[in-house]
Design a protein around this ligand. Structure first.
Ligand SMILES: [Zn+2]
Ligand SMILES: [Zn+2]
Length: 455
């Protein structure tokens, strides 16, 4: 039985819109079945990209479906739900299923059919709200390794949460952020709930039409629909900040429309004030889609403008291939191995980005203590002394010291070593390690020099 059917046609003019359809859900409904199809999926090499969200009465988020398929079949029940959707009580009233038009390509219009079936088997108590992950603190101050950007079947990834966690374990990581697109159901997945040997940093990837960003350190779902009802990106950032979580711009220089819709950061009015960090390393360093080298230069320009913006790394894993070879990861210096400790470590910029080697930069302060990456040092001297140390450099690897946006020193790096360098610096210093092909294999966050200048 089909209770509701909505059909329509979308053209390129409809790209980046929110297209809602309301339906009435009577009391006693135990399951919602949604069947959504559209044609054509492909236009040449490119794909029309339509996502689907479900909202209970009062705009309460219940799930998001972002897979590449042009035929989506979803079940949302009191006790079980398809990946990407929350099971639980189905309150009666007006529900909304919304088509989100990430990309409708020029050419043939797209015809869609959306069917909603409501099944009534005598509703039972849902047993309360879905619980969310809380990662207990386990260890003291130290450096911890992990991935801050992942996808599972709860959005467009191929892996179950369980399979992803197994790969993360295998990589020897201590933590992983579960950041499905516009979703938080991954955090309620049984595998995440029952995981006790890895710290899970709760989050989501806010996948807007004009750029992607990670919320890290909070299990709340944030309404990513910038432009709807006057919603601004700043509103989203403020909501993330109100929960003491991080707002991290993801892969800002990535290839954008129409290959990867919304992947490039186009919030020009927001470059990048008010955000907490930027993902400088997304996937393999040399990925032509992520364009990490361009992001690195963008980040350096932001640092030159006076921003103090920590850099992060994330595999952006969508399938098992992302963990073959040497995936990138974050080495975070945290006060404890917990989601909160890691978030605060990232906020402080105490993060090395690497796919294996260790690289450390320090600067002695006048009081004898050593500033580390992410720290600011107050000084009136124009010449500063830095200490570098490293391990695990690749054959024919190169070390570079970048200050105020310019490469100021380059050495060939033996497997491990240490150096002391005197350098004239005004604002910031970063150490890079690159392999023989020129790809970054490790990069520090900056040490900032505070000369009392007002920018
Ligand atoms: Zn993304
Ligand atoms: Zn992603």
């Amino acid at each position: 039985m089909v209770d509701y059917e909505f059909t329509g046609t979308l053209t390129a003019e409809d790209t980046k819109r929110y297209v809602p359809f309301a339906f009435d859900l009577p009391a006693g409904t135990e399951e919602i079945h949604i069947d959504f199809q559209f044609e054509p999926r492909q236009v040449g090499e490119l794909s029309n990209t339509l996502a689907l969200s479900l909202y209970a009465p009062d705009d309460v988020f219940r799930g998001f479906c972002h897979g590449p398929s042009n035929h989506k079949q979803l079940d949302i029940g009191v006790h079980e739900a398809s990946d990407g959707f929350f099971a639980g009580a189905l309150p009666p009233g007006v529900w909304t299923v919304e088509i989100e038009t990430y990309m409708v390509l020029p050419g043939d219009p797209v015809d869609f059919r959306l069917q909603v079936q409501l099944r009534d088997n005598g509703a039972r108590d849902a047993g309360g709200e879905p619980s969310v992950v809380s990662s207990a603190a386990r260890n003291g101050t130290g450096w911890y390794r992990g991935d801050l950007h992942t996808h599972t079947r709860h959005s467009d990834g191929e892996l179950s949460v369980s399979a992803l966690l197994e790969m993360v374990r295998h990589a020897g990581f201590d933590f992983v952020a579960l950041t499905d697109h516009n979703n938080t159901t991954q955090l309620a997945d049984r595998a995440a709930q029952e995981c006790s040997d890895l710290v899970i940093v709760p989050g989501m990837e806010l996948t807007t039409y004009y750029g992607h960003a990670l919320s890290l350190g909070v299990s709340d779902w944030f309404d990513w629909r910038v432009g709807r009802n006057g919603r601004q990106l700043r509103d989203v950032v403020n909501e993330v900040h109100a929960r003491d979580a991080l707002f991290v711009i993801a892969h800002p220089a990535a290839v954008g429309d129409p290959m990867c819709t919304g992947c490039k950061w186009l919030f020009g009015q927001f470059m990048p004030g008010g955000v907490d960090a930027v993902e400088v390393w997304n996937g393999p360093w040399a990925s032509p889609d992520s364009r990490n080298e361009e992001t690195l230069q963008l980040w350096y320009a932001w640092l030159n403008s006076g921003r103090r913006l920590p850099a992060t790394a994330g595999t952006d894993v969508h399938d098992a291939r992302a963990y073959e070879g040497h995936p990138c990861f974050n080495w975070v210096y945290a006060s404890e191995l917990s989601a909160h400790g890691l978030v605060e470590g990232i906020r402080s910029g105490h993060v090395l980005l690497s796919n294996g080697p260790r690289l450390w930069i320090g600067m002695p302060r006048p009081d004898g203590s050593i500033a580390m990456m992410g720290d600011a040092v107050t000084t009136t001297d124009h010449v500063a002394i830095f200490t570098l140390a490293w391990e695990g450099a690749p054959a024919d690897g190169v070390l570079r010291l970048v200050a105020d946006g310019d490469v100021r020193r380059t050495w060939s790096a033996e497997v491990e070593g240490a150096r002391t360098v005197e350098l004239m610096v005004h604002r910031w210093v970063v150490a890079e390690m690159r392999n023989v092909a020129g790809d970054v294999v490790a990069i520090t966050n900056p040490i900032y020099l505070d000369k009392g200048l007002h920018l």
